[in-house]
Design a protein around this ligand. Structure first.
Ligand SMILES: Cc1cc2nc3c(=O)[nH]c(=O)nc-3n(C[C@H](O)[C@H](O)[C@H](O)COP(=O)(O)OP(=O)(O)OC[C@H]3O[C@@H](n4cnc5c(N)ncnc54)[C@H](O)[C@@H]3O)c2cc1C
Length: 465
C-alpha cells in the first residue's frame, strides 16, 4: 500500500474539480504531483512566448496550493513518457493518474506512458467528452449548431469536485528542477513587463475572475461585441486554457447565478469544447485546411515575397495605417490578449486585405497570446480564412473601418495608438479619409477597395483552377 501514485499535471493546473487528483488521493497511497516541461513532443506547438510567462506563474500558484495540502509539485523537463517512467522507477510508483487531453501530442504522450505503466485518464478538460456528442446516426459533428444541440442533451456537466483536504506525501520526494532554471520568463527585453497589470495566473485568481464577471452575465449578449466595455466579457480564456478553472465549474456557477440568462455565455464556453471536438477528429487542424478545396489558394508567402514579408511585419507591429487593426495588434503585444471582435478583425485583415496565409497569423497568435490554445486558435483562423469545415466564406470581407465605428472602438483606438490619442469622432476610425496626416502614424498599407478587389480575384482564381 505504500507504493506512491503519480499525478501528472498538464493543462489542468488546479486542485478544485481536478478528477485525476481526487482519484489519486482515493487510492489511499502517497501522491507525487509532477509537471513535465516537454518541448519535444509538441514540436511547433510547445508553449511559446506569452504562454510561457503564464505557465511560470501558474506553476508557482499550483505548488503553493499543493503545499497548503501537505504536498508539493515536482518539476522535470524532457520527453513526457521518459520523465514519468523515470520518476516511477525512482520512487516505485505503481500507477499514473492524469486528466485526458485532446491535443495530438498530449494523446501521443499518454499512449507512450500507457505502454510502460498503468495510466488512468480522467475526464476534466471538457464539458462532455467529444466522442459522446453524436448525431442520431452515431456520427461525429463538424458544424457547431447541431453539435451544440446534441451537447445540451448531456448537460449539465458533472457536479464539480471539491479539492481534497490533505494529500498524502511520499516518504521520499524525487528530485525536481528549479522553475527559475527553465527561463520561462522573457528577459532582455522583458516584453511581458506590463502583463501583471492585466493578469494574475493561478486557480484562486481564476475563480475570482469568474466571481467578478458573474454579476454582468445578464448583459453578455448585448455587450460581448464591444471591445470598449470591460465587463462585456469574462477574460477567462487563459485560465480555462491552463485548466486553472474547469468548464464544469464555470457552467454550474454561471447557471446558478443567472439561470436561463446564462445561456448566451455558456454557448460561447461551448465553442471551446467544439474546438476540442475538431482537433480530436482532425489532429492537424492547426496547419491543414479543413476544406480540401482551399488548398492551392494563391496566398502571398512572406518567405518568398519581400513585399508580403514587409506587410506581415507591419501587421505584427500594428503599423498598417488602419487604426482598429493597429490598436488590436499593439494591445496583443502589450497584454497577451485581445477581445474576440478584434481577433476577428485583425485575422480577417491579414488573410483578406493582405492575402497572407492564415498559418502565419496562427503562428503569431500562438507566440503572443496568453490564452494560445491549439483547438481554439486553429478554429478561429480557419473560420476567418474560409478554409475551415465551419467558416465564413472567403468572399465575405469584413470592413475594418466600418466595424470600428459600429462597435464604438474610438476610445479603444485612442488608448492603444498614442499617435491618435487626441483625434476625435468619427475621424479616429479612419483619419486618412478625413485628410488627417498624423505625425508618426503610417498611411494605409493598402486601400480597402483595392484589397477587396485583390482578395476576390484571388478567390476567383482558386475556383477556376
Ligand atoms: C483568429 C482567432 C484566434 C483565436 N485564438 C484563440 C486562442 O488561441 N485561445 C482561445 O482561448 N480562444 C481563441 N479565440 C476565441 C476567442 O476569441 C477567445 O476565446 C475569447 O476572445 C476569450 O475571451 P474571453 O475569455 O473574455 O471570452 P468570453 O466571451 O468571456 O467567453 C468565455 C469562454 O468561452 C470560450 N470562447 C469564447 N468564444 C470562443 C470562440 N470563438 N472560440 C472558442 N472558444 C471561445 C473561451 O474559453 C472563453 O474564455 C480565437 C478567435 C479568433 C477569431
Amino acid at each position: 500500500m505504500n507504493a506512491p501514485v503519480i499525478l501528472w499535471f498538464r493543462q489542468d493546473l488546479r486542485l478544485v474539480d481536478q478528477p485525476a487528483l481526487v482519484a489519486a488521493v482515493e487510492t489511499g497511497r502517497p501522491v507525487i504531483p509532477v509537471f513535465v516541461l516537454d518541448d519535444e513532443g509538441p514540436g511547433a506547438y510547445a508553449p511559446a512566448g506569452a504562454s510561457r510567462w503564464w505557465l511560470h506563474h501558474s506553476l508557482i500558484a499550483l505548488d503553493a496550493s499543493l503545499r497548503a495540502k501537505g504536498s508539493r509539485l515536482v518539476l522535470r523537463r524532457g520527453h513526457s513518457a521518459d520523465v514519468i517512467a523515470a520518476i516511477a522507477a525512482e520512487t516505485g510508483a505503481s500507477a499514473v493518474h492524469a486528466v485526458r487531453h485532446y491535443e495530438p501530442w498530449h494523446k501521443q504522450a499518454a499512449a507512450d506512458i500507457a505502454l510502460r505503466l498503468p495510466l488512468h485518464l480522467h475526464e476534466g478538460l471538457v464539458l462532455c467528452p467529444p466522442a459522446l456528442v453524436l448525431s442520431g446516426t452515431g456520427s461525429r459533428y463538424r458544424m457547431f449548431t447541431p453539435w451544440w444541440k446534441a451537447l445540451l442533451h448531456h448537460m449539465p456537466p458533472p457536479k464539480p469536485l471539491a479539492a481534497p483536504e490533505r494529500i498524502v506525501a511520499p516518504a521520499h520526494w524525487p528530485d525536481g528542477e528549479e522553475l527559475a532554471q527553465w527561463a520561462l520568463l522573457p528577459r532582455q527585453p522583458d516584453w511581458a513587463a506590463g502583463f501583471h497589470d492585466h493578469w494574475q495566473p493561478g486557480e484562486d485568481a481564476a475563480r475570482q475572475r469568474l466571481r467578478d464577471f458573474l454579476p454582468h452575465l445578464g448583459r453578455y449578449q448585448e455587450d460581448r461585441n464591444f471591445p470598449g466595455i470591460a465587463t462585456g466579457i469574462s477574460r477567462l480564456s487563459p485560465h480555462l486554457h491552463f485548466g486553472e478553472i474547469s468548464p464544469a465549474l464555470v457552467w454550474h456557477l454561471a447557471a446558478r447565478e443567472a439561470g436561463e440568462a446564462a445561456a448566451p455565455f455558456l454557448r460561447e464556453v461551448g465553442w471551446r469544447d467544439f474546438g476540442i471536438n475538431m482537433i480530436d477528429q482532425w489532429p492537424g487542424y492547426g496547419w491543414v485546411d479543413g476544406r480540401a478545396a482551399s488548398s492551392g489558394f494563391p496566398w502571398r508567402q512572406p518567405e518568398q515575397d519581400a513585399e508580403a514579408a514587409r506587410d506581415l511585419r507591419a501587421w505584427q507591429q500594428g503599423l498598417t495605417g488602419y487604426p482598429i487593426i493597429d490598436a488590436g495588434m499593439r494591445e496583443l503585444w502589450a497584454t497577451g490578449y485581445v477581445h474576440n471582435r478584434i481577433r476577428m478583425l485583425v485575422a480577417s485583415f491579414l488573410v483578406k486585405h493582405l492575402l497572407i496565409d492564415w498559418r502565419h497569423g496562427e503562428r503569431w497568435f500562438w507566440d503572443t497570446l496568453v490564452d494560445a490554445d491549439y483547438g481554439n486558435n486553429a478554429m478561429g483562423w480557419q473560420w476567418i480564412a474560409g478554409t475551415g469545415f465551419e467558416s465564413n466564406p472567403f468572399g465575405r470581407i469584413m470592413a475594418p473601418l466600418g466595424q470600428s465605428e459600429k462597435f464604438d472602438c474610438g476610445d479603444y483606438i485612442r488608448r492603444w495608438v498614442p499617435e491618435l490619442s487626441h483625434v476625435g469622432e468619427p475621424h479616429v476610425h479612419d483619419p486618412e479619409e478625413f485628410g488627417l496626416r498624423l505625425p508618426g502614424y503610417p498611411a494605409k498599407i493598402i486601400g480597402h477597395q483595392q484589397a477587396r478587389a485583390r482578395a476576390l480575384a484571388a478567390s476567383a482564381r482558386l475556383q477556376k483552377n
